[in-house]
Design a protein around this ligand. Structure first.
Ligand SMILES: [Zn+2]
Length: 197
C-alpha cells in the first residue's frame, strides 16, 4: 500500500475550538488547549491537515457565509501564531434535512471528496477526528481511522451509550491526546511503505 498524501481530517467546533453554538464573531474563536500543538505535530508527521465543518447556521439564517469565512480566518490566525498549519478548510452551508439533502453535510462525504480532488488525499491513509457521531460516520464512509474527542459534544455522546460504537476506533479526551494514536497509525503506514520497497 502506498500512502502518498496521508491526511488528518478535523472537525472544527468542539474539536479544534471551543463549541459555542454557532460562532458568528471571530472574537469568539477560542482554541481548545493543546489543539495547536496537536496540529503542529501532525504537520511534522507529514500529514495534510484539513478541516471539514458542518455550518447549517448559514442555511438557517443564523450566520452568513461571510461570518463563517471570517471565523475560519481567525482560526487559521490563532493556529499559525502557534506554528500550526491547516492546509484547507471546507464547510457545508446546508441544513440538516432527512430527504433530498446535500452531499456535503457530514456524515456525507462531499467535503472529503473535494479534498481528495483538490489535495490528492489518499482516503486509505486518513484519520478523522471529531466530537459527534456524524464525524465518525463520515470518517468510516471514506474508510478512514476514526477518533472521538470528549470535548464539544463528545462527553455527552459517550454518556449516551453503554458500549463504544464499533465505528469509533478510539476515544480520547482532547485532540492533543489523539496524537499518540495518530503517531502510531502513521508510523505503521510508513513501515508498510518501507516493507514494500
Ligand atoms: Zn452541504
Amino acid at each position: 500500500m502506498q500512502c502518498l498524501n496521508p491526511c488528518l481530517f478535523l472537525d472544527r467546533d468542539g474539536t479544534i475550538n471551543i463549541e459555542k453554538n454557532f460562532i458568528k464573531d471571530p472574537e469568539d474563536v477560542e482554541l481548545i488547549p493543546g489543539a495547536a500543538l496537536a496540529i503542529r505535530d501532525a504537520n511534522e508527521l507529514g500529514l495534510k491537515v484539513i478541516v471539514v465543518s458542518n455550518q447549517s447556521g448559514i442555511a438557517r439564517g443564523i450566520l452568513t457565509e461571510d461570518n463563517v469565512k471570517k471565523v475560519n480566518k481567525r482560526l487559521i490566525e490563532l493556529l499559525s501564531d502557534e506554528g500550526a498549519l491547516v492546509d484547507d478548510i471546507y464547510y457545508c452551508p446546508h441544513e440538516a434535512v432527512s430527504e433530498n439533502g446535500c452531499s456535503c453535510r457530514k456524515p456525507n462525504s462531499g467535503m472529503f471528496e473535494r479534498a481528495r480532488t483538490e489535495h490528492g488525499i489518499d482516503f486509505r491513509c486518513s484519520i478523522m477526528v471529531g466530537d459527534r457521531m456524524s464525524d465518525i460516520e463520515a470518517g468510516k464512509r471514506i474508510g478512514a481511522k476514526t477518533v472521538l474527542v470528549l470535548t464539544g459534544y463528545g462527553a455527552d455522546l459517550q454518556n449516551s451509550w453503554d458500549k463504544k460504537p464499533k465505528d469509533i476506533d478510539i476515544v480520547v479526551p482532547t485532540l492533543y491526546d489523539s496524537m499518540k494514536y495518530i503517531r502510531e497509525v502513521v508510523n505503521k503506514w510508513k513501515q508498510i511503505r518501507k516493507d514494500e520497497r
